[in-house]
Design a protein around this ligand. Structure first.
Ligand code: ZN
Length: 232
């Protein structure tokens, strides 16, 4: 691997320094100008070698220790690559979580089945974020697929402060649903009496373009009450 190739591109450097607020991601020291980016796994090929997941901002001292620990010295307890990444992500989270507003989201019950209304609300007064939302439809425990476009996980919703963004999808419209080829059960709008669930994956993207994933959550459809119920 030539030295010239082993350099993080500007946007990777920029994000890593913003996300860490220029703190060393091992000893947590605020470094100001005295910070460097270390390649966590120097054996990777491009483009993974210079990807943001392979970078960790560190102070000079910790950088030397990390380089030293690659030399297989018998002394001390080496960092595993996983530990380095988890420690780094913890610092990134700590230094960016003030950029993440409380987001309320989920299906609402003001449309009639099989149409589903879906809302995302940014309850904060100042924080601009974008949100990626992926809704998975499960029938009797089997993944049917996802609604297209805004609910497929590819589309970014702009969520300005105080704004509720809403949309809807139709469980009976095959043109608006992306069905998994492996799915062989009944379609969701004909699932009456069966278990019908929406599993929602939400990722909040802050102004520094860091992604904050929420734990996926589920709503099931109560056929009796004809409404979506949050399932903790
Ligand atoms: Zn350090």
């Amino acid at each position: 691997m030539g030295k010239a190739k082993k350099k993080f591109p500007y946007n990777v450097r920029r994000k890593a320094l913003l996300w860490s607020a220029r703190h060393c991601c091992l000893c947590r020291k605020q470094c100001g100008l005295d910070i460097e980016l270390h390649h966590i796994d120097p054996t990777l090929d491009l483009p993974h070698l210079n990807a943001i997941d392979n970078a960790i901002p560190v102070c000079y001292e910790c950088h030397s220790k990390l380089e030293f620990s690659l030399l297989n010295s018998p002394r001390g307890s080496k960092f595993s690559q996983r530990e380095i990444k988890e420690t780094r992500d913890q610092i990134y989270e700590e230094k960016t979580r003030h950029l993440v507003p409380v987001i309320m989201y989920g299906p609402t019950n003001d449309f009639t089945f099989p149409q589903v209304r879906f809302c995302i609300t940014n309850t904060d007064g100042t924080l601009n974020v974008r949100v990626r939302c992926k809704v998975e439809i499960y029938v009797s425990g089997k993944l049917f697929g996802t609604p297209t476009r805004h609910y497929s996980g590819d589309h970014l919703w702009v969520c300005n402060p105080g704004l509720t963004v809403s949309g809807w999808f139709d469980l009976a419209n095959p043109a608006k649903l992306k069905k998994r080829s492996a799915y062989s059960g009944v379609p969701p709008h004909e699932a009456s009496g069966k278990k019908l669930r929406l599993r929602v994956h939400l990722t909040i993207i802050d102004v520094f373009e860091r992604e904050h994933e929420r734990i996926p959550v589920t709503w099931y459809f109560s056929w009796e009450k004809q409404e979506w119920v949050y399932d903790p």
